[in-house]
Design a protein around this ligand. Structure first.
Ligand code: SAH
Length: 322
């Protein structure tokens, strides 16, 4: 879990339910004054997401029953890591006059969770949010409007048969006046290559072992799975290069991270970063890369996880010999 993530410790469900009374019906008593919720129950999960967004981010969202309901702590990990990258490379400064940052969220889903969290966490962020699924796009637009963020988040339909990113990146009309590049892209890709892989990984308890997953096929399945999806983004970034400062993606499997890093190295991109998010029993990985000269400190670009050492980027921090 990211050290700035306020959900490092589980929430006090009773006080959360005071702040969001709809959660009261989902509480289960563990001991005298200690409550939890049933994480395997879909309604309880949805209610928890709504409660945390309402109490901690002043956000209201509606997600249809047949689409993913995002867990807030996990989504916040990615936002916080991205904030670290942008501030370490001087894209975010303490100077309040600093230029606003425009990011692209690829596959925003019905919740538009990343743009909503990103905008509420930093007043200078704005987003282009894409998806291919009409139902998700419709709900994402409504969620943006409900939270009065239409001036900072534009929801855009992507063509499922076209490029994932290039059309948006090359569209000058999406950039505010005076801005000639995007600051970042982010993505939580469809993880699986097929229905069979979903069933196999459920048996192997690879993903979300304790939680329910209400995703539709379009949200969870993509040809070749997540690594093929993110490798397509890498190839598109090779054309767009410095049009965006940081390209990033989350990944659900460690093996996908290795495949993406192999492609980055083959493409002679050595300015990259890897991280691991550990959330209870769930593990996720994320990768970031850039065509800029500005490098990240090792503390951000490299993780200590022994299993990942062979795919770590080169060290950037010089150590002085005595
Ligand atoms: N960002 C949300 C949803 C992630 S699920 C969250 O984190 O909860 C993956 C999303 O990618 C789905 O909404 C799916 O419709 C979308 N998607 C699939 N293929 C896509 C493509 N080619 N371009 C943009 N989005 C795509």
């Amino acid at each position: 879990m990211h050290p700035r993530n306020p959900y490092i410790n589980p929430p006090d469900f009773a006080s959360l339910a005071d702040a969001y009374p709809a959660l009261k019906t989902q509480l289960m008593r563990l001991a005298n004054n200690i409550f939890t919720i049933d994480f395997k129950n879909e309604l309880s999960q949805r209610c928890l997401t709504e409660a945390l967004l309402h109490r901690d981010f002043n956000l209201t969202i509606a997600v249809p029953d047949d689409r993913l309901c995002p867990p807030v702590p996990n989504r916040l990990n990615y936002i916080l890591w991205l904030q670290d990258i942008l501030s370490a490379t001087a894209l975010i400064t303490s100077d309040s006059e600093a230029q606003n940052l425009l990011g692209i969220d690829i596959g925003t889903g019905s919740s538009a969770i990343y743009p909503l969290l990103g905008c509420q966490s930093d007043q200078r962020w704005a987003f282009i949010a894409t998806d291919v699924d009409e139902k998700s796009l419709d709900f994402a637009r409504r969620n943006v409007q409900t939270n009065l963020l239409d001036s900072r988040i534009s929801v855009v339909k992507s063509d499922p048969t076209g490029p994932i990113l290039l059309r948006v990146l090359q569209d000058d009309t999406l950039l505010p006046q005076g801005v000639d590049s995007f600051s970042f892209t982010m993505c939580n890709p469809p993880f699986y290559s097929s229905r069979e892989e979903i069933l196999r990984s459920a048996e192997a308890k690879e993903f979300e072992p304790t939680a329910v997953c209400t995703g539709a096929d379009v949200e969870m399945i993509t040809p070749g799975g997540e690594s093929a999806f993110v490798c397509r983004i890498v190839r598109e970034s090779l054309e767009a290069r410095t049009r965006c400062r940081w390209y990033t993606s989350m990944l659900g499997k460690m093996s996908s991270l290795s495949e993406v890093v192999t492609l980055l190295r083959e493409s002679r991109i050595d300015n990259y970063a890897c991280t691991e998010f550990v959330q209870g029993q769930t593990r996720r990985w994320a990768v970031a890369w850039s065509f800029d000269d500005v490098r990240l400190p090792d503390s951000l670009a490299r993780t200590h996880s022994p299993a990942l050492q062979s795919i770590m980027p080169p060290r950037n921090t010089r150590h002085k010999a005595n």
